[in-house]
Design a protein around this ligand. Structure first.
Ligand code: GLP
Length: 231
C-alpha cells in the first residue's frame, strides 16, 4: 500500500464506531469551526450515533462546525424518505447540535459556498461497492467537478437496499472529486466482505478513474475498516 495512508483495522462495528468518533472528535477539538463533508449510507451511522452520545455527554462540541452535504438524488423533496439531505440532518446535523450547513442544490451554489468556507477541513466518506465516492461514479477523474449525472446500474442496485419498495431515483448530484480531494483530511469508512475487493483496488491497485476512490491516496487519508473488509 502507498505510504501516507493510515489504515486502522477494527474487529467489529463497535470498534469502528469508536475509532471513527475518536478521529472526528479530535479534528473538531483542534478546529472548532471545522467544515465537514458528510456521507450518508449505512457505514458511518454507528460512528455518528457514538458522536451524538459524546455530544450529549458534553465530551465534544460541534456547535461551531459546518456540515456540508456530499450527494443527493435529483427530484426528491425534503419530506421524501429517500432525501439524503434529510438523512444527513437526522443522523448528523441535529444529533450533533450543528447549526451551520451547506446544502447541495446546484454546482454553482455549492462551489461558492465551499469556497466561502475556505474549502473542506474533513471529508467523511463511505466507499461505493463500485468504487464511487459520493456519487462520483466510475469513470471519474480527479478533476471531476460538482455536477449532476445519471447513476450507474451498479449504484441503482446497491442503493435499492436503502429504500425497500421505493425505486431509486436515477439522477443525482454529487460534490466533485476536485473538492473531495482538496479536503485537508479524508476519512474513509469501510465495512463488510462485499467491500473487500474494491477496498484493495482503491488502496493497492492503480490510480484510475474506473475506481474513483483510488485517488484518495493523494490526500491525507485515514481508512478505518473492519476485518471483513480488509483481510
Ligand atoms: C452510496 C452513497 C455514498 C455512500 C456509499 C456507501 O451510494 N452515494 O455517499 O458513501 O454509497 O454506502 P454504504 O455505506 O451504505 O455502503
Amino acid at each position: 500500500m502507498v505510504s501516507g495512508v493510515t489504515l486502522k483495522i477494527q474487529p467489529d462495528a463497535e470498534g469502528l464506531a469508536q475509532t471513527a468518533a475518536d478521529f472526528i472528535s479530535a479534528q473538531v477539538r483542534e478546529k472548532p469551526d471545522l467544515s465537514i463533508l458528510v456521507a450518508t449510507g449505512n457505514t458511518p451511522m454507528p460512528a455518528y450515533a457514538e458522536l451524538a452520545r459524546r455530544v450529549q455527554a458534553g465530551e465534544v462540541d460541534f456547535s461551531r462546525a459546518t456540515a456540508v452535504q456530499l450527494d443527493e438524488y435529483l427530484g426528491v423533496t425534503d419530506d421524501d424518505p429517500r432525501s439524503l439531505w434529510d438523512w444527513m440532518r437526522r443522523s448528523f446535523v441535529k444529533p450533533l447540535g450543528i447549526t451551520r450547513t451547506v446544502r447541495l442544490k446546484s454546482p454553482a451554489q455549492f462551489e461558492a459556498a465551499v469556497a466561502e468556507l475556505s474549502g473542506l477541513d474533513l471529508a467523511i466518506l463511505g466507499l461505493g461497492p463500485n468504487g464511487h465516492l459520493g456519487f462520483n461514479e466510475p469513470p471519474s477523474p480527479p478533476d471531476a467537478s460538482t455536477r449532476t449525472l445519471e447513476l450507474t446500474p451498479a449504484s441503482l442496485e446497491s442503493n435499492a437496499a436503502y429504500w425497500g419498495e421505493l425505486a431509486v431515483p436515477t439522477g443525482a448530484i454529487t460534490a466533485g472529486m476536485d473538492l473531495i480531494l482538496a479536503a485537508r483530511q479524508t476519512l474513509l469508512l469501510v465495512t463488510g466482505a462485499h467491500k473487500r475487493d474494491i477496498l484493495h483496488a482503491a488502496l493497492d491497485g492503480p490510480e484510475t478513474p474506473e475506481v474513483p476512490a483510488s485517488f484518495l491516496r493523494r490526500t491525507a487519508l485515514t481508512v478505518i475498516a473492519d476485518g471483513a473488509a480488509w483481510t
